[in-house]
Ligand binder design. Structure first.
Ligand code: LLP
Length: 419
């Protein structure tokens, strides 16, 4: 569910006419619905009610500070994977005690930062990382709160590029290694064993892989309890899918229902790291048609957004709905590729799609662009990054300025021999 709906043939974000935003801010621009963000957060809270869940936005999906702050105000935490994400999250008002740090390559500087700020938990992904963190914590006179991220070798049945819980993936420790390393870690002076974590993949459309992963974690937790190791937090990662096209992913309630009994029996506090399910359908990418063209074999609609703004179609072949901002009377449709101006054949936003017969100047909304949209954008072809706008009811504000040409050159200089 989201709050992008037509009123008298015009697409609105909550109570705001998208034409108004385009006129004042320009295109391309990302528009987020705060009501949708809040609604999604509430759905997770309700679903896990009574289990004292900590719901941590996977910040990689959307790093805008206004978005992070929206969830922080509701008691949410964050799942981060870099010092930059930690910085942004703390700057957005997320208390350090609600920050979970995942990632296979945390640097010493990043470990120090997390320890100095006092984050909730480091999800350790390798044996070397465990020893490095123990050393760094010792040097700072701190105890590092840790979990091991285990790789349960469960097939998430999603796109290969976003599967993370298979034995061939780089993430986490095997069950066997984790069992052994918890016992090693227990004896290390500067680590505090806090939890166990896993994340098996993204855009999951079934509950069974989550249930399988949890049951493997239960085996591990039971064996650890027999060894006298008690853990408080059970971090199940993110991964719940959303509807881009025809998918029917489980709702948070259904997802939680699959896990509830086990969580209650274990008596551990669940930590969740949803990204896409919180922000995906809460955002769109608004663009304008530049030209249309017809070749002997195809129709093309060229818009002012491109793969640098929304990389998902090029990179994963992902589907994003293409909606006209204004529906014309007796609108004809054509089958076309909707493409950007970038000099690559891979630069497309939709392929062989039935779309209205657009004309130059028409506004187009690319749906479900709130997750992994802006955060994966780049300056390729020296295109300034788009603006970001947050809408709440009738109110709206620019929450990230469009980059300028000066921004593109910031920090660049000629070496002294060329001056
Ligand atoms: N936790 C960890 C440790 C993760 O690696 C991820 C995503 C999440 C949570 C959040 O997963 P979500 O709830 O959003 O599925 N760029 C890709 C998605 C990559 C996901 C990477 N990890 C895309 O655009 O589909």
């Amino acid at each position: 569910m989201h709050h992008f709906n037509y009123r008298q043939q015009v697409l609105y974000a909550e109570d705001v006419d998208l034409r108004e935003i385009a006129a004042k801010v320009g295109t391309p621009c990302f528009v987020y619905s705060q009501g949708t963000l809040q609604r999604h957060m509430k759905a997770f809270e309700e679903a896990f009610k009574g289990l004292d869940p900590l719901i941590c936005l996977a910040v990689k999906a959307n790093t805008n500070r206004a978005v992070i702050a929206t969830f922080a105000a509701m008691g949410g935490g964050v799942d981060i994977v870099s010092g930059g994400e930690m910085y942004r999250s703390l700057a957005s008002g997320v208390p350090a005690g609600r920050v979970v740090y995942s990632g296979v390559g945390k640097t010493i500087r990043e470990m120090e930062m997390g320890l100095e700020k006092g984050i909730l938990m480091f999800n350790i992904e390798s044996i070397q990382e465990m020893h490095m963190l123990n050393q760094v914590a010792g040097r700072l006179g701190k105890k590092a709160p840790v979990s091991f991220r285990v790789n349960p070798d469960v097939d998430a049945k999603t796109h290969p590029k976003i599967t993370t819980g298979l034995a061939v993936n780089k993430f986490g420790l095997t069950m066997e290694d984790a069992f052994e390393q918890y016992q090693v870690a227990k004896a290390l002076p500067n680590l505090e064993l806090k939890g166990v974590s896993c994340h098996i993949g993204s855009q999951l459309t079934q509950t069974s892989p989550f249930a399988d992963a949890l049951s493997r974690l239960v085996d591990l937790i039971t064996k650890l309890r027999e060894k006298g190791i008690q853990l408080e937090l059970l971090d199940l990662g993110g991964g719940l899918g959303i509807t881009y096209d025809q998918e029917t992913p489980p709702k948070p309630a259904e997802y939680a229902a699959t896990l509830r009994n086990t969580l209650e029996e274990l008596g551990m506090r669940p930590v969740l790291e949803p990204g896409r399910a919180l922000v995906g359908n809460a955002g769109i990418l608004l663009a304008e048609v530049v030209v249309t063209k017809k070749t002997p074999v195809k129709n093309f609609v060229v818009v002012d957004a491109a793969m640098n703004d929304l990389m998902r179609p090029s990179f994963y072949g992902s589907f994003h709905g293409v909606q006209p901002v204004q529906i014309r009377k007796d609108q004809e449709t054509i089958t076309a590729d909707v493409v950007g101006p970038i000099c690559e054949t891979g630069d497309f936003l939709a392929k062989d799609r039935e779309v209205p017969r657009f004309e130059p100047g028409d506004l187009v909304a690319f749906m479900s662009a709130g997750a992994y949209g802006y955060t994966m954008s780049s300056n390729y072809n020296s295109r300034p990054r788009a603006a970001e706008v947050l809408v709440s009811g009738e109110k709206w504000a620019v929450v990230k300025q469009r980059e300028t040409y000066e921004d593109l050159c910031r920090g660049e200089s000629l070496p002294d021999w060329m001056e």
